[in-house]
Design a protein around this ligand. Structure first.
Ligand code: GLA
Length: 388
């Protein structure tokens, strides 16, 4: 990490004079191990924070100005905490949205100046934007001495994304970035936000993320459509199951019994969500018993369901998963995140990782002409200040 920090310090001096009194903050990206498109249905998810992150070197100001230079976009974004208005298509909407929502809670914010740099790939389904939100929320909380616990911080960042940026995401990404811990996956109940950290033994088996390099262009509109289809499913099922509030309340048996109430597309969406919730619970049991084979099998089922029932995969993701499963030492593989491009996550025997990279890369290039990227990741801590 040293060279990254050094570059931040140099840039800080260039942008703001000296780098005296600066503090360093870090927020990770995330990978979801299983439980896809379940969070906004009040279901279960099992994400982990990864060792790719945004770093921000920051210093408080006495006035109400916020000035952030992004090394990734090579762009200085500046706003006053007294005059917040969204700017079309700018990364600056993430920090500004967070400020707006925090102030909406009657929290008094101080301005700051910062330089940031991220190695979470953008548009790859690893939550680079939620990481920007959380690192800025954490900076505001530290400099303005806010009484804000991590769960509340996650909720407010989600609110910023929903209301200010205009993306109707669930709580998973912000929650794991706020509360993730090293070498642990986080089993979250998205209804009441109760959670449990589950140790992941990563010496023998590695989590390998593979980036299709297909940007998630369709994700926004299709994402909202899926949400609506799930809502429609709940409304129709209520005729026979009046007590349900969300798909979370529907058991696989209930759904099988009353499926004739649902048009075909909605039925498929509902089956995915209901069975995926069930898979998350089983995956946690498998992890706790250190039964990685079973965990891998559930990952494969999850991918098939996302491809065939929820229909959020794409040919490139399917190709990566298919090729991965044909290789030695691969226990499981699936798309991760919203879909329509982005990344897969695979569980690979440590000894087979090199061959996995070479062979998957070769197969993928041959069929798509694109060069995939690999991130063999370690599970990391959530957002924090890094003491140097
Ligand atoms: C995106 C959203 C999350 C979640 C996933 C799909 O990452 O931000 O809230 O819905 O898609 O599981």
């Amino acid at each position: 990490m040293e060279p990254r920090i050094q570059k931040l310090q140099e840039e800080f001096k260039k942008q703001f004079g000296s780098d005296q009194d600066t503090q360093l903050f870090q927020a990770p990206g995330r990978v979801n191990l299983i439980g896809e498109h379940t969070d906004y249905n009040e279901g279960f998810v099992l994400p982990a924070a990864i060792d790719r992150s945004i770093l921000a070197l920051a210093r408080p100001r006495k006035d109400k100005q916020v000035r952030i230079y992004s090394r990734d976009f090579q762009n200085l974004f500046e706003f006053s905490l007294d005059k917040i208005k969204p700017v079309k298509d700018s990364w600056g909407n993430y920090p500004m949205g967070v400020a707006e929502i925090l102030q909406g809670e009657k929290l008094k914010l101080k301005g700051f100046e910062a330089v940031s740099e991220s190695n979470v790939p953008v548009g790859a389904g690893l939550s680079s934007s939620a990481a920007i939100e959380l690192v800025n929320a954490f900076i505001f909380a530290t400099f303005s001495k806010l009484k804000l616990d991590r769960v509340k911080m996650a909720l407010l960042c989600q609110k910023a994304e929903n209301e200010f940026v205009g993306v109707k995401c669930g709580i998973m990404d912000q929650f794991i970035i706020a509360l993730g811990e090293k070498d642990r996956a986080l089993f979250l109940d998205c209804r009441d936000l109760s959670y449990r950290l589950i140790p992941v033994q990563s010496e023998k088996v590695k989590l390998v993320i593979t980036n299709t390099k297909v940007k998630r262009s369709l994700a926004g509109s299709e994402y909202n459509q899926r949400r609506e289809e799930c809502g429609e499913g709940v409304n129709l099922l209520k005729k026979k199951l009046p007590k349900i509030k969300s798909l979370r309340d529907v058991t696989p048996e209930d759904l099988a019994e009353h499926q004739e109430l649902l048009p075909e597309t909605v039925r498929k969406r509902c089956f995915h969500v209901v069975m995926e919730n069930d898979r998350v619970v089983k995956a946690v049991e498998a992890l706790e018993k250190n039964s990685l084979r079973e965990f891998g099998r559930l990952m494969i089922e999850s991918h098939n369901s996302l491809r065939d029932l929820y229909q959020v995969s794409c040919p490139e993701l399917d190709l990566l998963v298919k090729n991965a499963l044909s290789l030695k030492g691969v226990l499981g593989s699936r798309m991760t995140g919203a879909g329509f491009g982005g990344c897969t996550v695979s569980l690979v025997d440590e000894k087979a990782v090199d061959e996995f990279r070479i062979k998957s890369s070769r197969g993928y290039q041959k069929e798509t002409g694109k060069v995939p990227e690999f991130y063999v990741c370690r599970i990391s801590d959530g957002v924090r200040e890094v003491k140097s």
